[in-house]
Design a protein around this ligand. Structure first.
Ligand code: PRT
Ligand code: ZN
Length: 287
């Protein structure tokens, strides 16, 4: 591994891996990722991608072993490393929450005073209960936290929830959220200042931002009566007529729409005479 090359740590094999590698590729980076033994070198950008366990990323970044890393905000909150957060990456969404057995009489967190809480996030859990002034005993558990209440080992758990199906299967119910989490990009505090790396990190952030801003937007193109143009522009402000149009009563309009909003505006577009509507992906959007 060349030492003057930027180093990015990503999760080796887990929930964030696929979307992280997808984001890197969508950002125009070319690299081989099969096998993912230790690292892969980008062919078209001076960066090595290092594959590690997500729990190790905060300290690898904090110590400068790597310059930047992608991990869940939850891991960062738990490890509390001296790093700089650069960007929220809009995937890997989940919530760290307190959950109790469905049949439990506990109706608020204060009912957990004096009780045992099982968690893989002992620091986050301890901080939460301390801030609430509730005395609990926290037992750190590495895996299968959700089975602890049914084993009689804990009255509640603090764990990540995304779809909620794990809670359902284990007869648990969510009592209260602690914090929301998503994948984030973090950097070593020296690397963002050093000449060697700061410009490359900035370029990477720009690439990521352009992918993220293009993610929910689609390019739209359709035909509509010229007389309806003003009303259509009120629905899609970015609409512009295609250049060099023939002198007809219809015009071809193009613009950018949020994909979710598109489906709710489709009826109004049609009512104003829009036909031949095509929606196309945008790969990047550099604003
Ligand atoms: O091996 P390594 O240490 O790298 O991976 P890991 O096993 O520690 O982490 P991994 O791959 O499970 O998760 C990586 C990251 O994904 C987490 O740090 C979060 O940022 C994010 N993430 C998003 C989740 C979830 N959603 C999630 N649902 N991480 C874990 N879960 C687990 C949760 O702990 C619970 O067991 O999924 C279960 C609940 O899911 P639902 O959908 O049933 O509610
Ligand atoms: Zn982990």
């Amino acid at each position: 591994m060349k030492t003057n090359t930027l180093r990015l740590a990503v999760q080796k094999d887990g929930r964030l891996t696929e979307e992280t590698l997808g984001l890197l590729r969508a950002s125009g980076l070319e690299f081989e990722s099969y096998g993912r033994k230790l690292f892969s070198a980008c062919r078209n950008f001076p960066m090595n991608i290092v594959y590690v366990r997500d729990d190790d990323i905060p300290s690898l970044v904090a110590t400068g072993t790597v310059d930047i890393g992608i991990l869940g905000q939850n891991v960062l909150n738990e490890k509390r490393a001296e790093v700089k957060k650069l960007l929220n990456l809009r995937y890997g969404f989940c919530t760290l929450a307190v959950s109790v057995p469905k049949e439990s009489s506990v109706s608020s967190v204060s009912d957990l005073a004096g009780k045992i809480i099982a968690t893989s996030y002992p620091k986050s859990a301890a901080r939460f209960f301390r801030e609430q002034n509730i005395n609990v005993t926290i037992i750190p558990i590495e895996g299968s936290v959700e089975v602890m209440p049914s084993l009689g080992a804990a009255s509640a758990i603090v764990d990540l929830v995304s779809s909620g199906s794990t809670l359902l299967v284990n007869d648990l119910r969510l009592l209260t959220p602690i914090y929301r989490s998503e994948a984030v990009l973090i950097a070593n505090t020296q690397s963002i200042r050093a000449n060697r790396s700061s410009q490359r990190i900035r370029e990477l952030v720009t690439r990521f931002k352009s992918v993220l801003s293009a993610k929910n937007c689609k390019f739209i193109i359709f035909t509509a009566p010229q007389a309806a143009s003003q009303k259509l522009k009120k629905i899609i402000p970015s609409l512009t007529p295609r250049a060099s149009q023939a002198q007809t009563t219809d015009s071809t309009l193009e613009g950018v729409v949020n994909e979710e909003a598109f489906w709710s505006m489709l009826g109004r577009l049609r009512a104003l005479g829009a036909t031949n509507i095509r929606l196309m992906p945008i790969e990047n959007s550099i604003l």
